[in-house]
Every structure is written in structure tokens, then in C-alpha cells.
Write a protein that binds this ligand. Structure first.
Ligand SMILES: Nc1ncnc2c1ncn2[C@@H]1O[C@H](COP(=O)(O)OP(=O)(O)OP(=O)(O)O)[C@@H](O)[C@H]1O
Length: 945
């Protein structure tokens, strides 16, 4: 049992502002226990602090100042805990501090650089390295990742769920057994056999956490995350199993309620924003008071889960993260005070050993069966039935190997079965008889021969020499055979070891095929396949998590590309890409060098064998078994071989380390990509919502810019950072739109209404593409004949069959033009460019990467006429709830309003007809509509007055 108080460390986050220095000082020399002094600035201390203190001093095991690197944090804080976990003790490291003080940075790490890896990835790396080194035990590692938000637990690693919000993740609940042990129901445990697998799980959890959080619910700030490594170890053959858990905890921000300034609550105990931190403090207070018997663990989920870590069976370490700036001074003091209380808590860590019940059962079963047989023998209750064929075969094999074994001590183990023992005796008797018979035959033959012709002395000596020579030869060959056998075994052992090491060390995009060994090529291909599958897994995870790229429309993809280009993180991604490239080429070079060395080793081995054979042959021809002189050339070759082996090992280790770095960089990049995609989605949705939300309150005309006239295209630089937004997703909804009331400038025209129906019903028309209008009607309910071709009872209703409707590029050309705000100032080439997009049935509006720019829209370009047209509030428009469909609807209305403004210029309306599927209609200068001759097939109904 190890008794230990909770270790406390402090880490000060780097400050952006130089003037903040002087607020605190670190005294390292205080008799081995360093202390942190926080100096209260005069303007804060005066008048607000009751006791008029101006400085506060707190002791910590160690204080890490702003320049402390992640590596040192791991070495000093996490490594000892990881070591005790490897020995079988539970461990916990938790970071505590206000929001933004660096808890996540310390526990998980920064997303920008490989060197910013936090405690979790470094600990995983360390643990797996140790597990590989220790072959005396069998280890099993499992990972779980729990998020606690608002007293609810969520499993961040459930692969079955697509988390788009926290509630999508499986809920984890707490169960307590009669021994007050806590069990987490629904929290999945995932086995990780390699560091890579464990890192992928961390990545999955972090991605789920990031995706599930929305701007309203900043989960990273308000939730607690517990990443747990479950380690099981056992010696081979032993039934004793050790279980240890390592919790790596990123707590919620520790802000208190009344952080309103430096008012009366400064430096007093205010309540936490996060209730579970309040309960955590209660538990800490209870534990630090000597005679308290009841510790209120059950008050919150977090304290229940961390029960063992606080005053229980665990080696626990706390990291107080401090953002020591003037405005955070009260929070920093609270954090330090909390740490001082935590430091009083004593834990008692014990080895978590238990007997593996399965192994125990197997062992006992064998013992019982052995005892039964012995008993049967002792009592004479032998088995009488014949041995089966399989049993006999097995027995023969045993006897054969027993007889072959040259070791005089070897034993023949057949168990306590008399039938088998009898069979063995039988077998030996037969062998002995056979031998005797043979001996007799030979001796009679020899006698017969001796009688016939006695051997001459000369001949006898000759034969004896020959026999001796043969014996020598046989001895040499047997020795050679033995050596070869050993070498083969060594080589097999080495290659299997290399194989497993290589597999672990690299997913081989950088191991080139060896030109020499086929096996290398095969294994290389194997690694490549593995690597590919890892990549696929990761990229599919990315897709799965973001749910984006695969479903992205072309316009959306285009928008995303530009969004990505302009995003602040793109620099980091590019930097990491560059580093990754460098690492890849470095790894490739190392891979090549490894293969070269491997080939050299092979060649040297061959050369040594050759040399050896030559020597033996020489020995035989000279009639001596061992050469008298040591072979210098062979020794030289062996020295070279050793050198190559050392080089191989070193290069291999370097490659291994490089591989870990590459893996991590890839994860960082994947993470950055997910973040980017998430932000893009938010922005994208906002854009669509803005379009919708701004409309009811403001005049929709504000979004509209004048239609670009065909003969006067407005010019704008192509370098505009606007992106095309495609709003063309087909839906199954039919939308009826009522047109706005038009009055003022057009007093004699009563509100026309437009009905627009989208169809994607396959029965109606398979070719009906995204956002196509399958039927459209333009109606003038009443009023006198007008220039737009409608009479007082004017009604134009056209339904165009989906097949014939809106074939590109007309529809898109038209739609683009309708959305004058979008194409304002586009150069002709732009339009040409857009036609390409049009061909993909895309409809575009151009939001800017900055939503506000777009939502406000430049109003200066509006014409007087536009200003004067009153609009019907868009709030009355029935919308569908589907953002893309609704955006389509609103865009259509805008376009329609645009047309209404222009209705005194009927020729400008002509381009609208194709969009409404009215290609069979000609529009006259006076506004009259005429049906073209060949359009009857397309028009199902025409009712025009
Ligand atoms: N030691 C450090 N070195 C460099 N950057 C740091 C350090 N600590 C924190 N940061 C940076 O400060 C920012 C906030 O840190 P972080 O997200 O870790 O805070 P937090 O305490 O986890 O906040 P929250 O409670 O909201 O999760 C991050 O951008 C992080 O990269």
C-alpha cells in the first residue's frame, strides 16, 4: 500500500501582455518546496479587500512558469503517475483552473504543433513503449472517454452514433454496488493494442466533443472530460491479474458566479458557475477536515466517478492552471486556495490484484482430473476400454520422440493411465526382440563370412581408416546441419520480431519495396495496405463526423474551398502539411536506408556461410575436423555484420519515432480539418438563416442589387473573396408562394401571385434536377390590362413537364441574373465561369466569408425605383423549415420582386421565362405573351387572358 497526499503542481499560462509581469513571483529555493507569490496590485487591493493583504503565498510541489514546455510537464507530472499505473496502482491527473487558463492545452495539447502534445498523447506513447519493452507480462489496454455536462454523462467513444449535438451521444449513468463500488453503465471500453489505436480513440472522442458543442453550449468550458486508460497485466501462466486505471481529467472552467469586477465579492468564496465544481470543493473540504466521517461523493456525477481518486485507492495529482493577469487575479487566488486544500487529502493506493476466475477454473479442472486418475490407479479402478486410435497415435509419437532424445535424463510422460503404461512396455519389448533377432542374423552372417575368407590385416586397416573418415565426415556434416538449423531458427526469430516491430513502428507509406527480398516486398505491401486502411478509417471518420464532403453540393464545396483558404487556421494546416511532407521524405529516406542495410546484412550472412563451407571443405580434404587457425576473413565479415546490425537498429528506432510524429501530425491536421468543416457548416447555416431572418424586418430589396443589364455588365474583380453558394438541393415539397402586394409605382396592377412547384418525384420526371421548377404559374387576379401582358382578370398558368423544364444553361443563367445582388459586377468571364457551374445545375448566390457583410449588403447601389417599391413582409411567406429550400424560396421571391420593378421594361423579363419553364412563350415589347408553335408538347395547361 502506498500512502500519499495528492500532489499539487501549478502551471502559469504564457501572458500576451508584458505589463502583467510583476503580478506574481516564483520562489524556487524555499527548502525544496517552491512557492508562488501573487501580488495584489494596489488599485485592486485598496478599499476592496477586508484584510488589506497585498500578497498571497501558495506552496506547490513544483511551479511551472510561462516558458515551461509540454515535455517537461509530462516528465515531471505525468510520467511518475504513468509508472505507478504500469505497476498496478490507480492514477489520476486532473487540471483545475478558470476558463482559458490552459487545462485542455495541458491535458490534451495544442492543435498546432507536434511539440504541443499534451499529457494524454505523451502518456499513451510512454505506456505503449513500456509495454513493448516488458515481455515478462501480458498486458491489455482499454480506453474510455466520458464527458460530464450538466450532471449527465456522455460516451464520447460510441462509434454507432453520429454526434451532431451532445444529446446524440449515448447517456452514461452511474450504478453503485453494495460495496459502494461505482460502475458506469453505457460507457464503452475500447481495446487499444497499439499507440496508434489509442490515439485514434482520443481523436474520435475529441472530435465528438468538438462537433457536439455549439456556440451556445461551450462544452469545453462547461463540461468535464475524463479520458481513462484501463490497464490489465498478468504473468504468463499465472492466474493473478492486475488492474489499474489512469484517469486524465480536464475539468470545467472554475469561474465563480460573481465575477463582475472587483466588487465586494473579490477574493471571497463565491459559488461556482459549474455546480459540480461546487460539490467537488465540498468533497475536498470534507476530506481535508480530520474528523469528518461522511464525504458527500454522491452529490454529483463527477465526484462519484472520481471517488477513488479523491481520498481513496489512487495516486492523484492536480495541476492548477493559472492565467496570471490582472483581471484574473481573483480566480487565480481561488484556484491556488483550492489546490492548498487538495494538498491535504491523503490517498491510500493499493495494488489492484485479483485471481482471474477463468484461469482458476481451468487450473482446478486439470487438478481434479489428475487426482481422479491417480485415485483410480490407487484403488485399482483402471480404465478397461481399449485406447482409441488417436490416443494410440499420440502415444507412438511420444515414444518415438522419447527414443530419439539423446538426453539420458529425459522422461516419458504418459500420465496415470495403466493402459498407456502397458502399451509402452509392450512397445519396448517388441523393439528389444527385434534388435536381438537382427543381432543374431548379423553375427551368423559374419561367422559365415569369417569362415569363408578371413580378412587380411591390410584390408582390415584400410577399412578401418575408411570407417574413421566416414565417421569424421558424418560428424562435420551433423555439426554443420546443427549450426544451419540454429541459424535458421535465429533468422526466423529475428524476422518475426522485426516483422512485429516494423508493423508497430510504421504503417509503411515510407518503406519502399526491397529489390532483394520478396518477403520484404510482401510485408511492405502488407504495411501499405494497413496504412491505407488507417487513412481510410481516419478519413471516413472525418466524413462520418462532419457528414459534409460526401454530401456537399458542388457550390458548397467551392464555398468551402474559399472559406478554407481564408481561414486563420489554414496557415497552421499548411505549416503542418509542410512539416509532414518533410517528415515523410525523411521517413522515406530512412526506409530506403533500412532496406539497404537489410540487404547488406543478407549479403554478409551469405558471404559468411560461404566462407564457412569453404573452411569445412578444406578441413575435410585435409582430414581435420576443425581448422587450426582462426579464419581472419570470416571474422572481418562478422564484424561488418555487427556494424550493419547496429546501423539497422538505430535507423529503425529513428523511423519508429518519426512514425509516431507523423501519426500525431496527421491527427492534428485531421482535427484542424474537422474544426474547419464545423465552422464552415455553422457559417453556412448562418448565411442561410440570415437570408431568411433578415427578410421579415428589413426590406428584402436591401439584399437586391440592380439586375446586371446584358449590354452593361458591371465589373468587379475576380479576386473578390466571395464564394458561390449553391441552393439547389432537390426536395419533395411543393411550395406555394403568394406574391407581394405591389402598389405605389404600379398602381394599376394588382398583386400577381406566383405559384411555384418543385418536383423531384421520379414518376413525374426523372430528369428534374436540383431546384428545378416543374410547374410555374404567374397569375394576375384582377385589374386592367397592363404592360406585363396580364389583364384585370389576367391569369397565366403554365405547367411544364419536368423533362423539358429548365435545361441548363438557361435556367441558371436566368436565375443568376435574377439575383442581381449576387452577380453585381461580374465580368463576362465570370459568367462564363459560372456557366460551367450552371451546367451542374447550380444556382448561386454569393455570401461573403464574413456573414455580416453579406447580411447587410451594399445598399448604395439601389435605384430609386427599387426604393420606392413597397414590399410585402416576408414573414408571411410560408417556409418549409429546410434551410436550403427556404433559401431557394426567398431567392425566388427576391427575383420576382426584381422583375416587378422591371415590369415597365418587359424585354428585361424575357430572360426570366426559361427559369419558369416557359421557354415556349415569347414576350413582346408591349408586354404581351405569345405561345410559340412548338411548345404544345411541353405545356399542359395554358389559361391566359
Ligand atoms: N502553456 C501554454 N502555452 C501556449 N499556449 C497555451 C498554454 N496554455 C494555454 N494556451 C492557449 O490558451 C488558449 C486557452 O487554453 P485552453 O483551451 O487549454 O484553456 P482551458 O482552461 O482548457 O479553457 P476551457 O475551460 O474553456 O476549456 C488555447 O488557445 C491554448 O492553446
Amino acid at each position: 500500500m502506498v500512502k500519499q497526499t495528492i500532489q499539487i503542481f501549478a502551471r502559469v499560462k504564457p501572458s500576451m501582455r508584458k505589463q502583467q509581469q510583476g503580478i506574481y513571483s516564483i520562489d524556487e529555493d524555499e527548502k525544496l518546496t517552491p512557492s508562488l507569490e501573487i501580488l495584489l496590485p494596489r488599485d485592486l487591493a485598496d478599499g476592496f479587500v477586508n484584510n488589506k493583504r497585498e500578497n498571497y503565498r501558495f506552496k506547490f510541489q513544483r511551479i511551472f512558469d510561462q516558458d515551461a514546455k509540454q515535455e517537461i510537464i509530462f516528465e515531471i507530472i505525468a510520467k511518475p503517475v504513468a509508472e505507478s499505473v504500469l505497476s498496478g496502482y490507480n492514477g489520476t491527473i486532473f487540471a483545475y483552473g478558470q476558463t482559458g487558463s490552459g487545462k485542455t492545452f495541458t491535458i490534451t495539447g495544442g492543435a498546432e504543433r507536434y511539440s504541443d502534445r499534451g499529457i494524454i498523447p505523451r502518456t499513451l506513447s510512454y505506456i505503449f513503449e513500456q509495454l513493448q519493452k516488458d515481455s515478462s507480462k501480458i498486458y491489455t489496454t482499454h480506453i474510455s472517454y466520458l464527458e460530464i455536462y450538466n450532471e449527465c454523462g456522455y460516451d464520447l467513444l460510441d462509434p454507432r452514433h453520429e454526434a451532431s449535438k451532445l444529446e446524440d451521444l449515448p447517456k452514461v449513468t452511474i450504478l453503485e454496488d453494495p460495496d459502494q463500488n461505482i460502475h458506469l453503465k453505457n460507457l464503452s471500453l475500447h481495446q487499444a493494442t497499439t499507440e496508434e489505436e489509442a490515439l485514434n480513440l482520443l481523436f474520435l472522442g475529441d472530435t465528438n466533443r468538438m462537433i457536439a458543442e455549439t456556440p451556445m453550449n461551450q462544452a469545453s468550458t462547461r463540461s468535464h472530460c475524463i479520458f481513462t486508460i484501463h490497464l490489465t497485466s498478468k504473468e504468463p501462466g499465472s492466474a493473478t491479474v492486475r488492474h489499474a486505471k489512469l484517469h486524465l481529467v480536464d475539468l470545467a472552467g472554475s469561474e465563480r458566479v460573481a465575477k463582475t469586477g472587483v466588487g465586494g465579492l473579490l477574493l471571497t468564496e463565491a459559488k461556482y458557475i459549474n455546480l459540480s465544481l461546487h460539490y467537488l470543493e465540498q468533497v475536498i473540504i470534507a476530506l481535508s477536515e480530520k474528523h469528518r466521517t461522511h464525504i458527500p461523493y454522491r452529490n454529483s456525477m463527477m465526484t462519484s466517478v472520481l471517488r477513488d481518486s479523491l481520498g481513496g485507492n489512487c495516486m492523484t495529482t492536480m495541476i492548477a492552471t493559472l492565467s496570471l493577469e490582472k483581471r484574473n487575479i481573483d480566480e487565480s487566488i481561488s484556484t491556488c486556495r483550492f489546490a492548498q486544500r487538495v494538498a491535504l487529502i491523503k490517498n491510500e493506493a493499493v495494488l489492484n490484484e485479483e485471481i482471474d476466475p477463468r484461469l482458476m477454473i481451468i487450473r482446478l479442472q486439470k487438478e481434479i482430473s489428475d487426482l481422479k486418475t491417480e485415485l483410480a490407479m490407487a484403488t485399482g479402478e483402471w480404465k478397461t476400454e481399449e485406447l482409441s486410435k488417436a490416443e494410440l497415435l499420440q502415444l507412438e509419437k511420444l515414444i518415438a520422440s522419447f527414443l530419439e532424445d539423446q538426453d539420458p535424463e529425459s522422461r516419458l510422460e504418459v500420465g496415470a493411465d495403466m493402459r498407456k503404461i502397458h502399451h509402452c512396455f509392450h512397445h519396448f519389448k517388441k523393439l528389444l526382440n527385434d534388435k536381438n533377432t537382427m543381432k543374431n542374423t548379423i553375427s551368423s552372417e559374419t561367422t559365415h563370412q569369417a569362415c569363408q575368407e578371413p580378412l587380411k590385416d591390410e584390408e582390415y586397416t584400410k577399412l578401418r581408416d575408411l570407417l574413421k573418415q566416414r565417421d569424421n565426415e558424418i560428424n562435420i556434416l551433423v555439426n554443420m546441419l546443427k549450426k544451419e538449423k540454429k541459424k535458421t531458427q535465429d533468422a526466423l526469430h529475428l524476422s518475426s520480431k522485426e516483422m512485429s516491430e516494423t508493423r508497430t513502428a510504421q504503417n509503411s507509406p515510407f518503406i519502399p519495396k526491397s529489390p532483394a527480398g520478396q518477403s520484404t516486398a510482401v510485408s511492405s505491401a502488407l504495411y501499405q495496405a494497413q496504412d491505407l486502411s488507417t487513412c481510410r478509417r481516419r478519413s471516413s471518420l472525418l466524413h462520418k463526423k462532419t457528414g459534409m464532403r460526401e454530401e456537399m453540393s458542388l457550390g458548397c464545396q467551392e464555398a468551402f474551398e474559399i472559406f478554407k483558404r481564408d481561414h486563420a487556421d489554414s496557415v497552421t494546416i499548411d505549416d503542418n502539411k509542410q512539416i509532414l511532407k518533410q517528415r515523410f521524405s525523411e521517413a522515406k529516406a530512412l526506409g530506403e536506408s533500412i532496406n539497404e542495410t537489410r540487404n547488406k546484412i543478407g549479403q554478409l550472412k551469405d558471404a559468411i556461410t560461404q566462407r564457412h563451407l569453404q573452411q569445412v571443405a578444406l578441413g575435410i580434404s585435409e582430414n581435420s575436423v576443425t581448422p587450426s587457425m582462426p579464419d581472419l576473413q570470416e571474422e572481418k565479415l562478422r564484424a561488418q555484420l555487427e556494424e550493419e546490425k547496429t546501423r539497422y537498429k538505430m535507423t529503425f528506432m529513428r523511423l519508429k519515432a518519426l512514425k509516431v510524429e507523423i501519426e500525431h501530425l496527421q491527427l492534428l491536421m485531421d482535427k484542424a480539418k474537422v474544426k474547419l468543416q464545423k465552422e464552415f457548416q455553422v457559417w453556412w447555416t448562418e448565411e442561410a438563416n440570415n437570408l431568411q431572418a433578415n427578410s421579415p424586418t428589413t426590406n428584402p430589396q436591401e439584399h437586391l442589387k440592380p439586375l446586371p443589364q446584358q449590354d452593361q455588365p458591371q465589373l468587379v474583380s475576380k479576386k473578390r473573396r466571395n464564394v458561390g453558394l449553391l441552393l439547389g438541393k432537390s426536395t419533395h415539397q411543393a411550395v406555394m408562394l403568394n406574391g407581394p402586394n405591389t402598389s405605389g409605382e404600379l398602381p394599376d396592377v394588382d398583386p400577381p401571385s406566383v405559384s411555384m412547384q418543385r418536383s423531384s418525384e421520379t414518376t413525374q420526371g426523372q430528369q428534374c434536377g436540383q431546384g428545378k421548377i416543374a410547374s410555374a404559374s404567374l397569375e394576375c387576379q384582377q385589374g386592367p390590362a397592363t404592360t406585363d401582358g396580364c389583364t384585370d382578370t389576367g391569369k397565366l398558368k403554365v405547367i411544364v413537364s419536368p423533362k423539358d423544364s429548365l435545361e441548363p444553361p438557361y435556367n441558371l443563367m436566368s436565375q443568376e441574373r435574377m439575383e442581381g445582388d449576387v452577380y453585381q459586377g461580374w465580368e463576362p468571364e465570370d459568367v462564363v465561369d459560372n456557366l460551367d457551374v450552371c451546367d451542374r445545375n447550380a444556382r448561386r448566390i454569393i455570401p461573403s466569408p464574413c456573414p455580416s457583410q453579406y447580411s447587410q449588403g451594399p445598399s448604395g447601389s439601389r435605384t430609386q425605383l427599387q426604393d420606392s417599391i413597397p414590399e410585402r413582409p416576408m414573414s408571411s411567406i410560408p417556409l418549409t423549415g429546410d434551410s436550403q429550400t427556404d433559401s431557394d424560396i426567398l431567392a425566388f421571391i427576391k427575383a420576382r420582386q426584381s422583375i416587378l420593378q422591371k415590369k415597365w421594361l418587359p424585354h428585361s423579363l424575357s430572360f426570366l421565362l426559361p427559369i419558369c419553364g416557359l421557354e415556349g412563350i415569347r414576350l413582346h415589347v408591349d408586354g404581351a405573351l405569345e405561345l410559340k408553335e412548338n411548345c404544345h408538347a411541353h405545356i399542359r395547361q395554358l389559361d391566359c387572358h
